[in-house]
Design a protein around this ligand. Structure first.
Ligand code: C2E
Ligand code: CA
Ligand code: CA
Length: 712
């Protein structure tokens, strides 16, 4: 994956994390704030309610006194007798005097003293609550005092347990009673009615490194303690004295841990999603690449790589490991089209798939170059080709049947790799060249690229480089081989044959460059060059009033099949005023194979222009008799192989004789080329051959020499 993409993912992830952190913080913070607000409200309501309850309690006390007709002056005297009627099962009543001394119902002083602060508070607020130690119990008792009369030097006091006190004042409050506790102004619990957690946290928060805490300080501490959801709420009971009720309160549905956990889960989810996306992206990338490869680099029929894919795979391979020890093999099936014609295209396809599967299974990398032509990289060994062949055959026999295996012949071209890091082109072209030459050979179907082939390859390259300028540099020369009429042995005609004297490559015979020109199409130019040269000679002789000569010009099968050939031919001859009966076009018999449809009308048209047609190398093709049957040819040139072999083969003589006879019957003139000996000449004369051509008379010679020697 690209760095840029990773960066984008990184930035997105980071943004997510930051945003989520901010969100979490703000949620926590705002929850904190909301809860603090609610806590304050609760505290305020509780304080008011408690105050109200205390006041109510105090008023109740006062009312009892008033209701029972107790006036302030006589109260002190009579109070003790009245006290028992003020029933409160848990309550004990006292009288407290101005100095804080306490007296019981029998007017006996009891231990303990109310301090002056409490007395003052009772006077100011018209009530006060104070805690005093209880000798009979480990927990203190609470004394609620109300001043008696307008001059409150005496106070009526009711003593109750802390628990009862808490019940009284927290009545109507929705505070959780199990967590309620009463604290004095120093933070000490007055009650034992206190659960451990509340006590602990208050104790710690109150006494942690400090001597004393003011009401405000205590309240601040109280707000901060506990988890987010739990608060220790300290409600002021009696402000001047600084008592507090402690209660543990819960707020909010989201616990901090819950929030952290959810944050964590969401973060993990985000990371997972991100990873998933990255993964998806990678897979996507890979799939895309695969798709691309499928569309562009895979041969749909066989599933092997195509040429582009092979080039990439092989180039990568060459970079990765030393290649000496490997061979690049190019292979095809001899006359594969026959399989298609005989058994149908689907069978042909299946055969290709069988071979492709074998290549895919056993070889390093392979391709189908085209049609039935495969190329692959394999380990070099002595029996490499026989092994390859037997594997292919076994596969074909197994999947298609023995009969198919038997009728198949493979052509192998091998490029054994000698360099550790060869060039792709070198390997590929080498194997291709070896394969090409294997296809041409009749005896063997296996050619290994070697020095000779390399030379051919280089020559081919040089030919292609130099051919373009050869025409303009006048490097091509027209040679003519004279032909002789029988039986008088006069030369009235000749065959033009091309020669190339290259500035860089020296003299080249036609069989070196013509196949290459045919493969790259340049033959069209040289054939027209030869035709024009012949026409020029004829024109010059005509213009000079010299006797004409018949010239046979070779036209390659590639030339005559070229688009607009006929138009170009017509245009060329129309530039001259040469009578067309002196121009003969030589077309090889094999040029007609598989091209009857187009070539038959072409030949008719050429004949209409007045040119003659010579069938070259007659007898070398597969359908010689058909040629005679269909085409209106003027001249028949017997393939020189018949004559060459006739010396030792009576059969060949019979064939030549028969062809000559047949041609005569069909009013076709016969040329026999390749005559090298007197005996051959005599034989040809004997059977009535019309025209002969061969080294016996002359090798091909430059056109100027030809005119000088034979036409003057
Ligand atoms: P081809 O058309 O069959 O030409 C006859 C070839 O036989 C010539 O070879 C000629 O030199 C050779 N030959 C003639 N008499 C004898 C003989 O007594 N014994 C032997 N052994 N050979 C003899 P060349 O000139 O090397 O041409 C070879 C082939 O190149 C020609 O075969 C023709 O197919 C092709 N070619 C030559 N010039 C041209 C051309 O201008 N255009 C085209 N398209 N092909 C040409
Ligand atoms: Ca010829
Ligand atoms: Ca010939």
């Amino acid at each position: 994956m690209k760095k840029k993409k990773l960066l984008i993912y990184g930035v997105i992830s980071l943004t997510f994390v930051i945003l989520f952190s901010v969100y979490t913080w703000s949620v926590l913070h705002s929850t904190d704030q909301v809860n603090e607000q609610r806590l304050n409200e609760t505290m305020r309501t509780c304080e008011l309610q408690i105050q109200k309850n205390l006041e109510f309690r105090a008023k109740e006390l006062t009312y009892s006194i008033t209701h029972n007709g107790l006036d302030q002056q006589t109260a002190f005297g009579e109070l003790t007798s009245l006290l028992p009627t003020l029933d409160a099962s848990s309550a004990v009543y006292y009288i407290v005097d101005y100095s804080g001394m306490m007296y019981d119902a029998d007017n006996q002083p009891i231990s303990g003293k109310i301090d002056s602060g409490a007395l003052k508070a009772a006077q100011t607020n018209e009530y006060a609550a104070v805690s005093v130690p209880d000798a009979s119990s480990s927990s203190p008792r609470i004394i609620i005092m109300v001043p008696i009369g307008p001059d409150p030097s005496f106070f009526l006091a009711q003593s109750i347990t802390v628990e009862h006190f808490l019940d009284l004042i927290t009545e109507d409050l929705s505070l959780p009673s199990e967590n309620l506790a009463l604290f004095d102004e120093w933070g000490n619990p007055i009650s034992t009615y206190l659960d451990q957690s509340t006590q602990g946290s208050v104790q710690q928060s109150i006494y942690d490194g400090a001597v004393s805490y003011s009401y405000d300080r205590l309240r601040n501490v109280s707000l901060k303690v506990g988890a987010l959801q739990d608060y220790n709420l300290y409600i002021s009971v009696d402000q001047p004295r600084g008592w507090f009720i402690g209660a543990r309160i819960s707020y909010g549905g989201v616990t901090p841990f819950g929030l952290h956990l959810s944050t964590l889960i969401v973060l993990i989810l985000l990371v997972l999603i991100m990873l998933f996306m990255i993964g998806l992206d990678i897979v996507n990338d890979r799939d895309k690449k695969k798709d691309w490869a499928n569309v562009n680099n895979i041969d749909p029929l066989t599933g092997l790589l195509n040429n582009v894919g092979l080039r990439d795979a092989l180039s990568a391979f060459i970079q990765k490991r030393p290649m000496n020890g490997f061979s690049f093999v190019c292979m095809d099936i001899l006359a594969f089209s026959r399989i298609n014609t005989m058994f149908g295209y689907s069978m042909g396809d299946e055969l290709l798939r069988v071979i492709a599967d074998d290549i895919a299974a056993r070889q390093v990398c392979g391709t189908r170059i085209n049609a039935d032509c495969f190329a692959f990289l394999t380990k070099t060994s002595d029996d490499m080709l026989s092994l390859l062949e037997s594997n292919f055959r076994a596969g074909i026999e197994r999947r298609l049947g023995a009969e198919y295996q038997q009728m198949i012949t493979f052509n192998f071209g091998v490029y054994p790799i000698a360099d550790a890091k060869p060039l792709f082109r070198e390997v590929y072209d080498g194997a291709l060249l070896a394969h090409k030459s294997a296809k041409k050979q009749l005896s063997t179907h296996q050619v290994v690229y070697d020095a000779e082939l390399k030379q051919t390859l280089e020559l081919q390259k040089n030919i292609e480089i130099n051919m373009m300028h050869a025409l303009s540099k006048e490097e091509f020369q027209v040679y003519v081989q004279p032909q002789f009429d029988m039986p008088g042995e006069q030369c009235t005609r000749g065959e033009t044959l091309i020669r190339w004297r290259s500035e860089f490559m020296g003299f080249l015979p036609p069989d070196k460059f013509i196949p290459i020109f045919e493969s790259n199409g340049f033959i069209v130019e040289t054939d027209f060059f030869m035709l024009t040269s012949a026409l020029e000679l004829l024109q010059s002789r005509l213009d000079a009033g010299l006797p004409p000569v018949t010239l046979a010009i070779n036209q390659s099968r590639v030339t005559i099949a070229f688009p607009n050939y006929f138009e170009r031919l017509k245009a060329t001859i129309e530039q001259f005023s040469v009578p067309m009966e002196y121009i003969e076009l030589e077309i090889t018999e094999s040029a007609l194979e598989n091209a009857w449809d187009t070539l038959v009308p072409l030949i008719h048209n050429i004949k209409k222009l007045g040119l003659s047609i010579a069938m070259d190398d007659f007898g070398s093709g597969f359908s010689s008799l058909n040629t005679l049957r269909i085409l209106p040819i003027d001249i028949l040139k017997i393939d020189k192989e018949f004559l060459r072999e006739s010396d030792n083969s009576p059969r060949c003589k019979i064939i030549i004789e028969s062809i000559v006879h047949m041609a005569k019957e069909l009013s076709i003139r016969i040329v026999c080329e390749g005559v090298e000996t007197k005996a051959q000449l005599e034989f040809l004369k004997e059977i009535g051959c019309d025209i002969v051509q061969g080294f016996y008379y002359s090798k091909p010679i430059p056109m100027a020499d030809f005119t000088k020697q034979y036409l003057s």
